[in-house]
Design a protein around this ligand. Structure first.
Ligand code: FES
Length: 236
């Protein structure tokens, strides 16, 4: 198989012949690094879809390298591997997560416990259970087109976190989370759903954004005129 890897501004070709049905994109990268070019840079730690570090773009599709089988994405016996978009490239496939991580801090993306904890019932847990799976891989951030119009847009990942804690009755901030969403320019979302389609954990990201926005507008916390987003039509 021909594996083309984006390095700086051009693609470098590698021939990898021992790809089996079970071989992951990460194993392809490891093979290249171990046997063909030790200078190749990429990120990976857990190898089991937990640490969120191995996001890359393969034949145009954003994936976790450790979770994705090479043969599932190969086209004409070729793989083209690129770094994620919307983040500066440090080297080869390694991107700088600093911007989206600092935006996450601004969005208070952590649990603020209430003084008196209440029991959470399974049906309540279900309303935010999926969002607890977020591994901060940044894939939703990398596919989001809203940054083209608004550099200060918090990014899909922020709203997943806001949704997760807003829905948790033991979180002390509650509706303050909606105000945080407004301050993160939630209405700049263009509702293209790229975040939802690309999330490796199948979190319904865009639907979370819609729910926060709808609630915020109902409560008068978010105003319609704040919106950049609804003028766009991506045909979904
Ligand atoms: S190596 Fe941890 S998510 Fe892929």
């Amino acid at each position: 198989m021909l594996v083309k890897i984006k390095r700086e501004n051009s693609f470098v070709d590698f021939k990898v012949d021992n790809i089996e049905k079970r071989t992951t994109i990460l194993e392809v990268l490891e093979y290249i690094k171990n046997y063909l070019d030790s200078s190749l840079s990429y990120r990976a730690q857990c190898r089991s879809s937990i640490c969120g570090t191995c996001g890359v773009k393969v034949n145009g599709k954003t994936v976790l390298a450790c979770k994705t089988k090479a043969l599932d994405l190969a086209q004409n016996d070729e793989l083209t591997i690129e770094p994620l978009d919307n983040m500066p490239v440090i080297k080869d496939l390694v991107v700088d997560h600093e911007e989206f991580l600092s935006k996450l801090k601004k969005a208070k993306s952590w649990f603020v416990p209430k003084e008196n904890f209440e029991k959470v019932y399974p049906e309540e847990l279900k309303t935010f259970e999926k969002e607890t799976d977020c591994i901060l891989c940044g894939i939703c951030y990398s596919v989001c087109p809203a940054f083209q119009n608004d550099k200060n847009f918090g990014g899909p990942i922020n709203f997943v976190k806001i949704f997760r804690f807003w829905k948790d009755k033991n979180d002390a901030l509650q509706e303050e989370r909606i105000l945080i969403a407004k301050e993160n320019n939630i209405t700049s979302c263009v509702h293209c759903k790229y975040c939802t389609f690309s999330c490796p954990k199948e979190i319904p990201v865009e639907s979370d954004i819609m729910q926060i926005e709808f609630f915020g507008k109902q409560k008068g916390i978010i105003q319609s005129q704040d919106s950049f987003g609804f003028g766009f039509n991506f045909g979904f």
